[in-house]
Design a protein around this ligand. Structure first.
Ligand SMILES: CCC/C=C/C(=O)SCCNC(=O)CCNC(=O)[C@H](O)C(C)(C)COP(=O)([O-])OP(=O)([O-])OC[C@H]1O[C@@H](n2cnc3c(N)ncnc32)[C@H](O)[C@@H]1OP(=O)([O-])[O-]
Ligand SMILES: NC(=O)C1=CN([C@@H]2O[C@H](COP(=O)(O)OP(=O)(O)OC[C@H]3O[C@@H](n4cnc5c(N)ncnc54)[C@H](OP(=O)(O)O)[C@@H]3O)[C@@H](O)[C@H]2O)C=CC1
Length: 265
C-alpha cells in the first residue's frame, strides 16, 4: 500500500510575517502537524502572542517568536541564528511577509517603489540566501514563497506589487534548478483575494464588509486555505514538485480576480 506523506512532524520551519493573516495560519497549521516553527514579525508584541498560543495548545510542534524586519538583512541573519540555536536546524522556509499599497504607476515615488520591492522581493532574497545557507550545509530543505495572482496577471494600481510578485515566481523557478543538487525544493503559492487584516487595511474596508467567503460565485479565501496548500508543498507528498507556482483563487477566472471578488466589476 502507498502510505500518505502529507506530514511535517519533526521539521523545523521559519515562517515570516506570522503575527496575523496568512502567515499566522501557516505557522499554526505547520505546528499542528508537529513542526517546530520560528515565526517573526516587526513587533514582538504582535508575534509573541501567536507563539504563546501555539505553545499553550496541545500541538506537538513548538514555536519561537523572533522580532525581525525582513527588509533588514542583519535582522534576518539573527532570525536564522536564533532558529538554529533553538531547534538545531532549518528544514523549511516560508517567505510569507509582504504587502503593498494600491496606487497608479505615475503616483508611485522612487521610495514608494523601493519600499514594496524591498518588502516583497528583497526580503525573500535575504531570507532565502541566509536560511538556504543552513539548508545547503545540512541535509537540504523546502522553501515556499508567497507570490500573488497579481504576480501572474496585470491589475491596475499594482505595478510595484505585481512586478515584485512576478519576480518571486521567476526566482522560485531559477532556485529550483540551481539548488536541486542540494536537495532543496523551491515552490510558490499565488493566492487570490484572501480575507486578512492586511487586505482590509490595504483596501480600506472593514473585515465584515468583505465579500462572502462561502459564495461559490463571488468567493474570498480563508487564510487556512492557503496554509493547507503550503503544508502540502512542504510535505514529502510534494516531493516531485519543484519550481512550481500553485494558484489558489477559488473561482477559476482568467486575469485579476480581486476587483471582481470585491464586486467592483
Ligand atoms: C488588491 C489587494 C491585494 C493584496 C495584496 C496584499 O499583499 S495585502 C496584504 C499585505 N498587507 C499590507 O499591505 C499592509 C498594509 N500596507 C502597509 O503597511 C504599507 O502600505 C507598506 C506596505 C507600504 C509599508 O509601509 P512603510 O511604513 O514601510 O512605508 P512608508 O509609509 O514609510 O512609505 C514608504 C513610501 O511609500 C509611499 N506610499 C505609501 N503608501 C502609499 C500610497 N497609498 N500611495 C502612494 N505612495 C504610498 C510613501 O509615500 C513613501 O514614499 P515617499 O513619500 O517617502 O516618497
Ligand atoms: N491576503 C491576500 O489577499 C493576498 C496576500 N498575498 C500575500 O500573502 C502574504 C501575506 O498576506 P496577508 O496575510 O494578507 O498580510 P497581512 O498584512 O495581514 O499580514 C502581513 C504579516 O507580515 C508581517 N510583516 C509585514 N512587514 C514585515 C516586515 N518588513 N518584516 C517582518 N514581518 C512583516 C506583519 O506583521 P507585523 O505588522 O507585526 O510586522 C504580518 O504578520 C503577503 O506576502 C501577501 O502579499 C498574496 C495574494 C493575496
Amino acid at each position: 500500500m502507498h502510505e500518505p506523506k502529507f506530514g511535517v512532524a519533526g521539521e523545523t520551519a521559519i515562517v515570516t510575517g506570522a503575527s496575523q493573516g496568512i502567515g499566522e495560519s501557516i505557522a499554526k497549521t505547520l505546528a499542528a502537524g508537529g513542526a517546530n516553527v520560528a515565526i517573526c514579525s516587526r513587533s514582538m508584541d504582535r508575534v509573541g502572542p501567536v507563539a504563546e498560543e501555539i505553545n499553550e495548545s496541545d500541538t506537538d510542534g513548538e514555536a519561537l517568536a523572533v522580532e525581525c524586519n525582513v527588509r533588514e538583512r542583519d535582522q534576518v541573519q539573527n532570525l536564522v541564528d536564533e532558529t538554529v540555536d533553538e531547534f538545531g536546524d532549518i528544514d523549511v522556509l516560508v517567505n510569507n511577509a509582504g504587502g503593498e499599497f494600491v496606487a497608479p504607476f505615475e503616483e508611485i515615488s522612487e521610495n514608494g517603489w523601493q519600499t514594496i520591492v524591498d518588502l516583497n522581493l528583497n526580503s525573500t532574497v535575504h531570507c532565502t540566501q541566509l536560511a538556504g545557507e543552513v539548508m545547503r550545509e545540512g541535509s537540504g530543505g523546502v522553501i515556499v514563497n508567497l507570490s500573488s495572482v497579481n504576480g501572474q496577471h496585470a491589475a491596475p494600481g499594482e505595478s510595484h506589487y505585481g512586478a515584485s510578485k512576478a519576480a518571486i515566481i521567476r526566482l522560485t523557478e531559477t532556485l529550483a534548478v540551481e539548488w536541486a543538487e542540494h536537495d532543496i525544493r523551491v515552490n510558490c503559492v499565488a493566492p487570490g483575494l484572501v480575507q486578512t487584516p492586511g487586505v482590509a487595511e490595504t483596501l480600506g474596508i472593514d473585515s465584515e464588509d468583505m465579500p462572502p467567503r462561502e459564495n461559490a460565485e463571488r468567493r474570498i479565501g480563508h487564510p487556512e486555505e492557503i496554509a493547507d496548500v503550503v503544508q502540502f508543498l512542504v510535505s514529502p507528498a510534494a516531493s516531485f514538485m519543484n519550481g512550481e507556482t500553485v494558484t489558489a483563487k477559488g473561482v477559476p477566472r482568467a486575469g485579476n480576480s480581486m476587483s471582481q471578488d470585491l464586486g467592483l466589476e
